[in-house]
Design a protein around this ligand. Sequence first.
Ligand code: UDP
Length: 461
Amino acid sequence: MQQNTGPTHVTTLETFHPEHIYKPEEFAPYIGDARVEALKQTAAPLEGKGWTNVNSTLIGGGVAEILSSAVPLALGLGINAHWHVIRGNDNFFQVTKKFHNMLQGMELPIGLEEIFQAYLNTIDENAKNTFIASDLVVIHDPQPAAMVMNGLIFGNILWRCHIDTSAPSEIVWRFLLPYINHCAGAIFTIPEFIGPGLQIPLYQIYPCINPLAPKNRHRSDQEALSTLDSLFSAHGVDPERPIVAAISRYDIHKNQSTIISAFQEYKRRVKPDPAPYLIFVGNTASDDPEGGAMLEKLQEQADGDPDIIFWVNVDDNDEVVGALMHLARVFVHVSTKEGFGLVVTEAMWQGAPVIGSKVGGIATQIAHGQTGFLVDPLDVESIVQRLDYLLTHPEEAQGMGEQAREHVRTHFLIPELVRRYMILMQYYSGLNSEAPDFRLNDLSYSEVLSLMRPVPPFLQG
Ligand code: UDP
């Protein structure tokens, strides 16, 4: 039988070129030798096979964050890993942002023109010069979803959903469903996010962070202070005063407005001395057109409060984010909807106790009272109480931060995410007939086989 020689790519899509390829052994200090060995064993029979990812931005947001580490690690494991990015204009990203918001439950008007002209025409443009053949192709989120039928993509295609589609707008979900059901499987962060009408194998993979990335490296207080020195000077921050940090895109679902209300209420009522700062850090992802307007609204709400500080698109973003998380006495992330919230994982890994909302992926990460606190996202009073507790009980806060870090070590580091993709590659390549233990539904294996679209013979080497 002829061997598949791996992926064949001809595309004008933007392509990720890693600066560094990770050897699996580099992760041993964080996950131990046994887990590194298990990862290598899972990848060994897949050497040379192709794993291709397609999303809509190289920079900004959780998906880019994950792929920029997962792809280099897969390459280090001998996998032919790729990451391509579709191109779009403002109209395209406006409509896909609408999809995103509506899939997370918002009611918005949407017209056929937007769907056909802004969305499908852009997909067709992207598809025109794209030919991808790979053993496993992962299409991330709704933006590139229609590529699965409109583009020349061969191999087992999986749709990876990073958002909360538990109660999606019917119109957008029904539009996307044929594309998703055309795939050989779909991946969700938690079972609760599975939308209705899916007829394909479903799997669970948690987003993960890379402990070797500059953002997530462990640093001393001194190092963190020196990283932030110029920003502190520019914004008149006294490093002796406690810091409450909140880091994310400026987005309606991130609910920064409730953090401002709670922070101001806390200061008004408790009159802490010294008063803490609330420092927001936010960048604008190139596939998110709403950030600027949201930031303006939040600045208006802060109304010149000198203790509330906004850092936007900072230079040396990763070092700044890591250093601020390290120094933060409390990290707050109270989204009203959240696929996962990688920032929560990152803050936990830096040892910060997190006040997070009881929502989606955040609730999966925080064990209430042990690794942080869970609150209802709009419950200002609970946030005030938890802020007060954590700021006045530094030892307990530190203990929570330490437990949080260990929780991340066990569940949310990038080798685990790559291991799961390798298991999927084994399964879909027929190297292992046993369904992965992170399968979420129970279609039989023969049903799965009938759904699979293997690389056709004419593409095999
Ligand atoms: N992020 C960043 N700088 C910022 C804001 C966010 O580096 O100013 C990063 C953050 O550290 C995290 C990612 O962007 O790695 C956001 O992922 P998350 O899952 O929290 O949210 P998303 O933006 O994907 O909804």
